[in-house]
Design a binder for this molecule. Structure first.
Ligand SMILES: NC(=O)C1=CN([C@@H]2O[C@H](COP(=O)(O)OP(=O)(O)OC[C@H]3O[C@@H](n4cnc5c(N)ncnc54)[C@H](OP(=O)(O)O)[C@@H]3O)[C@@H](O)[C@H]2O)C=CC1
Ligand SMILES: O=C(O)CCC(=O)C(=O)O
Length: 523
């Protein structure tokens, strides 16, 4: 399937003359064909106008039609097979097995949202019947359901070119909610983006969706993304990337005449707690597993274990020895972009020159495009003196904080910012310590794990991939799992409306969706 380098406006390919840009092979820096069009202001305008025109039609389609559309996108992505995986490998430098898995995750989550639409639970349908003779005043008839917000802008993420990009979780959940999507493609993988956009455009045609339900816009610099977030027709934003980028978009969205929500997933260091008995029982195995999680995908996961906390003990020395040995054997790995590599190297250099931090191990040297894993330690007391070292270093570098007591460990935790995850390694005998930590971790993070590692987010109904700022912009939400649909919905109540005007799910009789009627759950 030949790439054309075109944009997609209202599901149609559009070429822009003028300066374009090329992707580069992540491992060699060699430019890749073709040249990609850069969007101009009128493309933003056209995409927003088309999304706005499509919205009332798309939002009011029967849920089954939207479900069939999502499944058609999934089928088209699966059909791209190796063509998609190979281009994503070239552009991202990520390995084949990882991208094959990510392709399956991408089509799988589209199908999961199709199921969510059929279930209809997300509508939160509620009916409170009128009580005309209630004293001292009659009770009105009230009925509630969730409706879509309107056009959504999604920023593709560099580190998940499939599952968090053009047809990733943000797009799948927004389309499921009934919102047209305009994707701002990531400049690191324009070919991958074009292949996936082509799949969506074919699904639009096959299932008869309004064309404006999807656009893909590329453009370097911040101009195109900022113009999209500022457009009055856009009603919400999904973003995965840097803290700087996410907070800039939050400010922009909040300063619009009509502010809109930005669901940005930004930085997280995912603290891991090695509780004493678990550490004593399996220090070496934990040390090895830690480094495997840390270095997966060159550490370019927002869920990677960037901070480990434990109490001083001989078992901690055994853990560190195993982790040190494992890091030393890790080959350098290609990083996503030269910019991300440079930011990683700067972060490691910052840690290496900071008083109180010791670099205890580093991975093997590699090619110029590769990042070297690195492991640092410091004491709890030094961390408390300068908690700025808790800033995310995006890549395979991690910091082990050796604490003199549980109180010191708790003092370190109190200095941490909001996190996507917190992990406990524990045995039965550690339960009391874990119970002390748990309420603190609930306030800190969106997902709490026991005896596992945070990388690799399962896409399910009960997943939360979110957390307090700065891990995300809004800790009340998740960007993975079916609850992600909530970000793009809002409730509307209908008071005393005639049945003929009510949406089908709110009429009396069997509506085929779970509802709460006069306080009682049905179905
Ligand atoms: N926590 C996480 O999940 C992730 C964190 N990162 C962090 O981000 C760093 C850079 O990676 P990258 O993926 O390029 O992330 P960025 O945040 O730099 O960029 C992500 C997207 O947002 C756009 N963007 C960024 N800032 C603005 C702005 N101020 N206004 C409008 N649009 C903006 C970019 O557009 P354009 O390219 O056109 O500028 C790009 O499309 C990494 O080194 C890492 O620290 C990266 C990926 C995931
Ligand atoms: O660990 C995962 O599967 C997801 C990680 C993620 O969301 C990210 O790195 O941006």
């Amino acid at each position: 399937m030949a790439l054309t380098g075109e944009l997609f406006i209202a599901s149609k390919r559009v070429r822009r003359d003028g300066p374009g840009f090329q992707a580069v092979a992540a491992s060699t820096g060699t430019p890749l064909e073709p040249s990609f069009s850069m969007a101009v202001r009128e493309d933003v305008e056209a995409a927003a106008a088309a999304a706005e025109a499509a919205f009332p039609v798309y939002a009011n389609l029967p849920r089954e039609k939207r479900a069939a559309f999502l499944e058609a996108i999934a089928d088209e992505i699966d059909a791209l097979g190796e063509t998609l995986t190979e281009r994503a490998m070239q552009e991202s430098g990520l390995p084949h097995a990882r991208l094959t898995g990510e392709r399956g995750r991408t089509s799988g989550q589209l199908r999961l949202f199709a199921r969510e639409l059929r279930l209809g639970e997300y509508l939160r349908a509620r009916i409170d019947h009128a009580i005309p003779d209630r004293q001292p005043a009659p009770k009105p008839d009230l009925r509630l359901r969730m409706i879509p917000l309107g056009p959504v802008v999604v920023f593709g993420a560099s580190n998940f070119p499939l599952a968090f990009s053009v047809a990733g979780g943000d797009t799948a959940s927004a389309l499921a909610a009934g919102c047209p999507v305009i994707v701002k493609g990531h400049s690191a993988h324009p070919g991958t983006s074009e292949l996936v956009a082509g799949a969506i455009a074919r699904a639009v045609e096959k299932t008869g969706m309004p064309a404006g339900v999807f656009s893909l816009i590329n453009g370097a610099g911040n101009e195109v993304g900022s113009a999209l977030v500022s457009d009055p027709r856009v009603k919400a934003v999904g973003f995965t990337g840097s803290r700087g980028g996410g907070t800039a978009l939050m400010k922009l969205a909040a300063s619009r005449p009509v502010p809109i929500p930005v669901y940005a997933e930004m930085s997280s260091i995912n603290p891991v707690f090695l509780l004493p008995h678990a550490l004593e029982a399996r220090a070496e195995a934990l040390g090895k597993a830690y480094i495997a999680s840390l270095t997966m995908g060159a550490g370019q996961f927002c869920t990677n274990p960037g901070l480990v906390l434990a109490l001083e003990s001989p078992a901690l020395d055994r853990f560190l020895a195993a982790a040190t040995e494992a890091v030393s054997g890790v080959a350098a790995q290609t990083m996503l972009t030269p910019g991300i590599l440079k930011a990683y190297e700067n972060g490691v250099a910052r840690w290496a020159s900071a008083p109180g931090l010791t670099r205890v191990a580093q991975g093997q040297e590699g090619a110029a495009s590769c990042g070297r894993a690195a492991l640092f330690t410091m004491t709890g007391a030094d961390f408390i003196a300068d908690p700025s070292h808790a800033e995310e270093v995006f890549g395979a570098a991690s910091l082990l904080v050796r604490c003199a007591s549980l109180d010191e460990l708790l003092a370190v935790v109190s200095l941490l910012e909001g996190q996507l995850t917190a992990t406990l390694h524990l045995d039965d005998v550690d339960t009391e310590t874990a119970a002390r930590l748990l309420p603190i971790l609930e306030r800190l993070a969106g997902r709490i794990l026991a005896n596992g590692w945070p990388t690799g987010v399962e896409v399910t109904d009960a997943q939360v991939h979110g957390g307090p700022f700065p891990s995300t912009a809004d800790g009340r939400s998740t960007s993975v799992g079916t609850l992600a649909i909530d970000r793009f919905l809002r409730p509307v109540a209908y008071q005393d409306l005639p049945a003929a005007l009510l949406p089908a799910e709110l009429r009396d009789g069997d509506a085929g969706v779970p509802r709460r009627i006069d306080g009682k759950p049905t179905l």
